[in-house]
Design a protein around this ligand. Structure first.
Ligand SMILES: Cc1ncc(COP(=O)(O)O)c(C=O)c1O
Length: 142
């Protein structure tokens, strides 16, 4: 079964020295506005399979067949990321590392006195230890 990685939440990290999206047949990233870097919408498909990428690009750009007239032999979509948004994304890449580091420093949950839950430092630093422990952080529960 081919593995397509949903790597939306891990852009900028590595696992065992490899970036996400490189373990399976393809990886999918989102640049929606709530993501670590954003182009306001859209995303990115990565793969080392040039044929797969070419087909995905065709489907994302209305799947027009290479004919002088308008001909579609498969269903296409209008999922293209405009060149303006791509340029914004390239600019955003320059702040990616800073944002990854900032996220690693930030506790996921704040610990209140008497609470049975705790911040989870491991969740702020999923793949590249050692992680800085947030002040007052307790041992993760559960
Ligand atoms: C793991 C994961 N996959 C997919 C999505 C969907 O991404 P989008 O915001 O582009 O719809 C999200 C959104 O937060 C996500 O966290």
């Amino acid at each position: 079964m081919p593995l397509i990685e949903d790597v939306v939440e891990v852009l900028g990290t590595t696992y065992k020295g490899r970036p996400p999206g490189t373990f399976g047949k393809a990886g999918v990233f989102s640049f929606n506005s709530n993501k670590i870097i954003t182009t306001s919408g859209g995303g990115m498909l990565v793969s080392d399979d040039a044929e797969r990428i070419a087909h995905a690009r065709k489907l994302a750009t209305q799947a027009r067949d290479p004919a002088p007239h308008y001909q579609h032999s498969e269903i296409g979509y209008n999922y293209r990321l405009s060149n303006v948004l791509a340029a914004i994304g390239r600019g955003q890449l320059q702040v990616l590392e800073d944002r990854v580091q900032a996220r690693r420093r930030k506790p996921v949950l704040s610990l209140s006195k008497g609470s049975t839950t705790t911040s989870r430092p491991s969740a702020t630093c999923p793949v590249s230890p050692p992680c800085p422990k947030p002040p007052g952080a307790a041992t993760p529960v559960g």
